[in-house]
Design a protein around this ligand. Structure first.
Ligand code: GTQ
Length: 346
């Protein structure tokens, strides 16, 4: 590829004239905005150890009352983007949130989509659009764009969950904002029970519940886990024991921008994922797994979280030859597919 002219090749007075007119020559920057063959990836493979972050999160509980935080979160930031950007990847934000017994994180709604993957503790709940969603380890709770949500805690021990938002993208779009609200009236709880059996959906004769853009807000881990075990048993030849969190009315991705799935690594299994354009996040729910991303090798213990840049092959390995390992995955695939830039490389 031909070397192009640089800024320094241009006379200083010409450059000043361009600047005064808010003009920029393309050719000195062409190779950096359109690098050959593969994007320049800012996202680095990074591991966030739960054992290392947990004491710091609990300390935040002592240092900062909930009223002074609104959301008491330590952000899992990727140094490749600069920590202050609070990004795990170009479009994924990750945060570990702590709620102590009796605390309440007040109602608001915002344009970015969020999900929560519950990490530890019992007795907390998120109320989303009037639906009370109890939290237990491994449950996935959606708070899609524009829906009111607040968090409460009636239990005895600290509750921690992983927030996954498309905030970096929505912020970049200059479309990120919040609206504060009053405590919601609870009008439903665990609507997802109507979807607990695959293949049948609520269909009352007088109204179709598919009118709701987000019919399912809570995905119980007990259901996802038993679906994975059932899949492994019924289809022993399957490439990957993986289930996607979908909108049960449409079968499509449960949210518009980020995709979510759960993966079971069978005892002794090594799974090679092809290089795909979207960045990915792996959070270990149960078991022990090694994740190889480029030249990085991470040994994940339960509640550890790591991220992989796009266009990079990833190998996941179950460390146990006796027990399955369970991994929660978030990725940018729905975004890439909608925008037409999705790629899988052999
Ligand atoms: O719980 O609503 O990690 O609004 C960041 C922004 C959590 C939340 C985050 C939020 C929330």
């Amino acid at each position: 590829m031909l070397a192009l002219g640089t800024l320094e090749d241009l006379p200083a007075d010409y450059r000043e004239k361009l600047t005064r007119q808010n003009l920029v020559p393309l050719w000195p920057s062409l190779r950096s905005v359109l690098p050959p063959g593969k994007p320049a990836l800012r996202t680095q493979p990074i591991l966030w150890s739960y054992q290392a972050l947990r004491p710091l999160l609990l300390q935040a509980g002592e240092l900062t009352p909930i009223e002074k935080a609104e959301r008491r979160v330590l952000v899992l930031a990727n140094p490749g983007h600069g920590l202050e950007k609070m990004q795990a990847s170009s479009s994924i934000y990750l945060g570990m949130q702590l709620l102590l017994p009796g605390e309440w994180a007040p109602a608001h709604k915002h344009t970015p989509n969020a999900v929560r993957m519950i990490v530890e503790g019992e007795g907390a709940y998120t109320t989303v659009d009037g639906e009370k969603c109890p939290m237990s380890r491994g449950d996935l709770i959606l708070t899609p764009t524009g829906l009111w949500h607040e968090h409460g805690h009636d239990g005895k021990d600290p509750v921690v969950w992983l927030d996954v938002l498309d905030l970096p993208l929505v912020y970049y779009m200059e479309a990120s904002y919040v609206t504060e609200g009053k405590a919601q009236e609870v009008s439903a709880t665990m609507n997802e029970r109507g979807y607990a059996r695959g293949g049948v959906v609520p269909a009352p004769v007088f109204s179709r519940s598919s009118d709701r853009r987000y019919p399912m807000l809570r995905y119980a881990w007990s259901d996802a886990r038993s679906a994975l075990l059932g899949l492994a048993e019924s289809q022993p030849g399957i490439d990957a024991v993986q289930v996607a969190y979908v909108n049960p009315e449409t079968g499509g991705d449960c949210q518009n921008i980020l995709g979510f799935s759960a993966l079971m690594l069978r005892p002794g299994e090594t799974l090679k994922l092809p290089a795909r354009s979207p960045a990915m996040v792996f959070h270990l729910i149960e078991g022990g797994a090694d994740v190889e991303i480029d030249r990085a090798l991470f040994n994940l213990s339960p509640a550890d979280t790591c991220c992989a840049p796009g266009y990079t092959p990833v190998t996941l390995k179950n460390r146990s030859s006796e027990q399955p390992a369970f991994v929660f995955i978030a990725d940018e695939a729905p975004l890439h597919k909608k925008l037409g830039v999705y790629e899988v490389r052999a």
